[in-house]
Each structure stands twice: as structure tokens, then as C-alpha cells.
Design a protein around this ligand. Structure first.
Ligand code: NIG
Ligand code: FE
Length: 414
């Protein structure tokens, strides 16, 4: 494998030590940098870096050189929450929303997750793979190089397994780490509207054993929300998943204070995600803990719902990550550059905090921070090279405009 030397890096960003696997509280604004730098990639990994006045004398033979021309070099985005496997977009609901209908009203009228589930029944694995691959390629070009993908539009044994097999194929076909979360508990299928325990039994007795036997999921997700899965039902599902070694990463407090945060913490969730409706008790539950608060500001932006209280979470010493939530209903975008901007503009995170939340803490929310998420020797050479911008703040400041010049994946120019 050829080696790559990147020279003339204006600023190398995110040089966290390898022991630093997650950031919280005041650590979140700490983003170590190196000016006027070079970085060497060997065997797909970051092998060394330093300042231009001290370029290494001995370099590998098969070396390719790339000048960053004064641009910034950052670790690639680590997007820990997405639903990119879906059968069709939902522009019809977008138009209903413009006309004044809320997300809950659209769902109650047969739209929402059930709309996507109906379309999922018909979709072939091939078509699902092809459309998800297009979305994933776009995301990679926008700087993402680690991704979590959820099932949850299947809502039946066959369709949930179909979605998870598509995710497995994406894992096998793309050069970035991908984690799969099992989200059959996303909504109750119409047939089980008045028989919640019937569907929960199907998840526990039929889906979990098969998924575990085929090794199709890394995590268990539940949409813990009024009108979806209650705290008791979430508790029951997370307890069952634990028997198969599936740790929770759950949807909590999106539309209302659901108690999802506390039940997630009780089950030692890797992350509790959304938190748009968070109260003091939820913040207290996350304070000084290891469960990551994953905030999804593009979802708030698109649905017009409140933005999560990132400042209170950082103040409470909770680890905060940012992710896209890319899905056809509440967030039809997987652009982490926009998430970064919203993190600063709407969540009032400092650029350094928001970058850490999109990189190291995002990696931690997928248990990947030993291998990616910072500029650290031995980690994956997954990098973003920017144009020669005036400062780091220019990145989130210039919202909606890409400052990315080159993407490096596993030490190779993409
Ligand atoms: O994270 N809220 C639950 N799940 C998705 C949206 C699902 C959909 O509308 O298709 C979310 O926002
Ligand atoms: Fe989601």
C-alpha cells in the first residue's frame, strides 16, 4: 500500500492523545492543534506528523506527496446516528408540513414511520442497497468517514432482517467503519396498534434470536416517546436485548420528556439521542456519566421543534456528540458540515466543542474512538483537508457552503 505525505498543512486540528477516548464539560472546548505541519499516512493509518521545519529525513520509498496548500486538516466526521436505508423519500409530507401539519399529525394520518414501513415491504435488497450507497457516497464526499445506520422501517421479521442485511452489505462494500443498530421498536405496526405486547414478543422471541445468530446488529435502539414505546416497554426491550449482548443507543425526549434518558442510563446506554425536550432530571441523569448525549440539530431545524440544551449538558459534565439523523421523515440530510454549523449557531456550542462533538465524541458514540475521531498516531488516516480558510471558526460560520477540498480515506485520496 502506497504511503501518503501531506505537506504545508496550515493547521492540523484535533491532536488528542490516544488515551482520550471521550470528552466532557470543559474538555470539550479543548481541541489541540499544530501549525504549519506535515502528516504521514502509512498502511491506511496516521503514522506520524510534525512541523514543516522538521520534515522527516527518512521517508518510505513508495511515497505520494500532497500539499494541503495552507488548508486545515481535521479528522473526518463520525456520524453516530442515521437511518440511510429507506425505500423512498417523503416529499409529500414535506409539503403537508409547509401547510402547517406537525410531525405528530402527519404520523397520526398514516404518514411518518408507517409510511416508510409500507414502502419498505415492497423494496428489494438490491434497490435498498443501491439507493443507500448513493446517500453514503454523498456523505463521504461531505467529510463523513464513520457511520451508524439503523433498521426500523421494516417493523416485521422479514423486513427488519432485510434492512439489517443491507446494512451488512454496506459495511462490506465501503472503506469506512459502519455500525448497525436494531430499531424494530421504532413504531407499532398498524396490526399491533392495540396489541403492543404482541409486537414486543415478535421482537423479543423472533427477531432478536435471528439477528443475534446472524450477527446482524451492534446495538439495540428504541423510540421511547409518547405514542410510540413507553418507558416500561423500553425497559422490557432493553432487558431482552442485553441477553444477546446488544447495548442500547436509544431515541429519547425528541417530542416530549419521555423518561427515555433515565431508562437509557439505567441500562448503561452508549448514547441517548435527540433530547430536544430535555428537563433538569434528564440532565442530572447524564451528569458526569458515560452515556453520551447525542444531539441532532438538523432534525430540530427541519421539523421546527426546539433545539436541545447543549450548554446545560456541557455544564453538567455530560459527554455531548453531534450527529445527522439522516432519514426520510425528520431529517432528509446527512451533511455533517451543516450539523457543525447548527451546533454552533443554534446549540451555542463553540467551534472547538462542536468539532469535538462531530469527531471524537461521535466516534465514542459508536465505540470507535480507539480507531478514529482524532489526529492520533495509529488511528485511521481518515481526514478532511479544507481550502486555505482564515480560521477554524470559518468552517461552521460559512454554513451551507463546503470548505472541503480533499477527502482522505484510509490514507488514500478519495
Ligand atoms: O430520529 N423519531 C424517530 N425516528 C426518526 C424519524 C423517523 C421518520 O420520520 O421516518 C428520527 O427523527
Ligand atoms: Fe433517529
Amino acid at each position: 500500500m502506497a504511503s501518503l505525505l501531506i505537506t504545508h498543512i496550515g493547521t492540523l486540528v484535533g491532536l488528542h492523545p490516544k488515551e482520550q477516548l471521550m470528552l466532557r464539560g470543559p474538555e470539550m472546548s479543548h481541541l489541540p492543534t499544530l501549525e504549519d505541519a506535515w502528516l504521514l499516512c502509512e498502511n491506511g493509518l496516521i503514522s506520524d506528523f510534525g512541523t514543516m521545519d522538521a520534515l522527516p529525513g527518512k521517508l518510505p520509498n513508495d511515497l505520494e506527496t500532497l500539499s494541503a496548500e495552507g488548508g486545515y486538516v481535521l479528522p473526518s466526521w463520525c456520524d453516530s446516528h442515521s437511518h440511510i436505508v429507506f425505500a423512498a423519500p417523503r416529499e409529500e409530507e414535506f409539503v403537508m408540513k409547509i401547510a402547517g401539519k406537525s410531525y405528530e399529525e402527519i404520523a397520526a394520518a398514516g404518514g411518518g414511520i408507517l409510511n416508510s414501513a409500507a414502502k419498505m415491504q415492497q423494496a428489494t435488497e438490491e434497490a435498498l442497497f443501491e439507493t443507500a450507497a448513493i446517500r453514503l457516497n454523498d456523505m463521504i464526499q461531505q467529510g463523513t468517514a464513520a457511520l451508524e445506520i439503523k433498521s426500523g422501517y421494516g417493523l416485521s421479521v422479514g423486513s427488519e432482517l432485510k434492512m439489517l442485511r443491507v446494512i451488512r452489505r454496506l459495511k462490506e462494500s465501503f472503506p469506512i467503519p459502519i455500525k448497525a443498530s436494531f430499531l424494530a421498536a421504532h413504531a407499532f405496526p398498524i396490526a399491533y396498534k392495540n396489541n403492543h405486547q404482541g409486537y414486543i414478543s415478535q421482537i423479543i422471541d423472533e427477531m432478536l434470536p435471528q439477528i443475534s445468530a446472524e450477527g446482524l446488529a451492534d446495538y439495540m435502539d428504541v423510540f421511547c416517546e409518547t405514542g410510540f414505546f413507553s418507558v416500561e416497554e423500553t425497559d422490557q426491550l432493553l432487558t431482552a436485548a442485553a441477553k444477546y449482548g446488544l447495548k442500547p443507543k436509544i431515541h429519547a425526549n425528541q417530542l416530549s420528556v419521555s423518561g427515555g434518558v433515565q431508562i437509557g442510563v439505567k441500562h448503561q446506554a452508549i448514547s441517548v439521542d435527540h433530547l430536544e425536550a430535555t428537563d433538569e432530571a434528564a440532565i442530572a441523569a447524564l451528569s458526569n456519566g458515560n452515556t453520551i448525549a447525542t444531539l441532532l440539530p438538523s432534525c430540530s431545524f427541519y421539523l421546527g421543534i426546539p433545539f436541545a440544551n447543549a450548554r446545560a449538558l456541557i455544564q453538567a459534565n455530560a459527554p455531548v456528540a453531534l450527529a445527522s439523523d439522516y432519514n426520510p421523515g425528520s431529517t432528509p440530510s446527512g451533511n455533517m458540515n451543516f450539523v457543525l454549523s447548527l451546533g454552533c449557531i443554534k446549540l451555542k456550542m463553540l467551534p472547538e466543542e462542536a468539532i469535538n462533538a462531530c469527531t471524537l465524541n461521535g466516534a465514542a458514540a459508536m465505540e470507535l474512538s480507539r480507531e478514529t475521531g482524532s489526529i492520533t498516531k495509529g488511528k485511521k488516516a481518515n481526514l478532511i483537508i479544507t481550502r486555505p480558510i482564515s480560521s477554524l471558526a470559518f468552517l461552521p460560520y460559512s454554513f451551507g457552503q463546503s470548505q472541503i477540498k480533499t477527502i482522505i480515506i484510509n490514507g488514500k485520496i478519495r
